[in-house]
Design a protein around this ligand. Structure first.
Ligand SMILES: [Ca+2]
Length: 271
């Protein structure tokens, strides 16, 4: 069973109002207000200009026109000197406007020092999203950045991307050969408004993408020592911690006696 004091559970629920009232902290990475700000990026596109449309910060945003002759996609942005340590923040947010009359694809790749030492596709984080027409946003949780793809995670290097040793961050828009545009503004790190006195747990596999500001709980999270929460009596099996989109079965969520594949606790599972 998952042991947590009933007093804490009650407080967690009763603090829901406080969560919504807390103002998130923000650290602006790029607001695209002047040509100087573009120098932070290596940009591949058929056209780059600062525009008044799609602005969510300041007075300008960056519009990229797709290059149908682009090697990988319509437009790309490579953060020339990405911030190395993201660990003080919970999430990286990117405001986007799709001015086209159809959805466009966006892709993100993130690498760290371990990826530098073994720079394969499967050792970096690869994430794809579809942007419908109009305003949208990409949300990149700082923790739980798996390597590879959602269906094939951490198969070579077994640990998630280390948020204290980031070496690569790229954005890509549109498919190869596609025509179109995208508008970008207000790339920023934010920290959850969750009060420090509230616990919020995100259950999933050890390499899951974690809800910003929440504490990850996997089958490796064990109770005891300095850990004030965790599994007791042996963790559930790894198969019970797979990433199912469907709700867990009653057996999965109450597998207290399942000791068949107890795993050692991971360092971040005891926070
Ligand atoms: Ca701006």
């Amino acid at each position: 069973m998952f042991r947590i004091r009933s007093l804490v559970v009650t407080f967690l629920l009763s603090a829901a109002v406080s969560v919504s009232q807390a103002a998130p902290k923000v650290d602006l990475v790029n607001g695209f207000e002047s040509p100087d700000e573009l120098k932070a990026w290596q940009i591949s596109s058929a056209g780059t200009k600062l525009v008044d449309e799609g602005v969510t910060q300041g007075k300008k945003a960056l519009e990229l026109t797709f290059d149908p002759k682009g090697r990988w996609n319509g437009a790309g942005m490579h953060w020339s000197r990405p911030r190395r340590d993201w660990s003080a923040w919970d999430v990286l947010l990117i405001d986007l406007t799709n001015p086209n009359d159809r959805p466009i694809r966006a892709g993100i790749t993130i690498g760290d020092e371990a990826w530098n030492a073994k720079p394969t596709y499967w050792n970096r984080h690869n994430r794809g999203v579809v942007l419908p027409p109009g305003k949208g946003q990409i949300v990149v949780p700082v923790r739980g950045l798996y390597r590879g793809e959602p269906g094939s995670r951490n198969n070579d290097i077994k640990t998630d991307i280390d948020p204290t040793r980031i070496t690569r961050f790229t954005l890509g828009f549109g498919k190869r050969g596609e025509e179109g545009k995208v508008i970008i503004d207000n790339i920023r790190f934010t920290k959850s408004g969750r009060p420090e006195s509230v616990w919020a747990f995100d259950f999933g596999a050890a390499s899951q993408t974690v809800m910003p500001g929440w504490t990850p709980v996997s089958n490796r999270t064990r109770f005891g020592g300095d850990a004030r929460f965790g599994w007791v009596g042996g963790p559930p099996t790894v198969s019970h911690a797979r990433r199912h989109s469907a709700p867990c079965s009653p057996r999965t969520s109450s597998s207290a006696g399942d000791r068949r594949s107890a795993s050692p606790p991971s360092p971040d599972a005891t926070r």
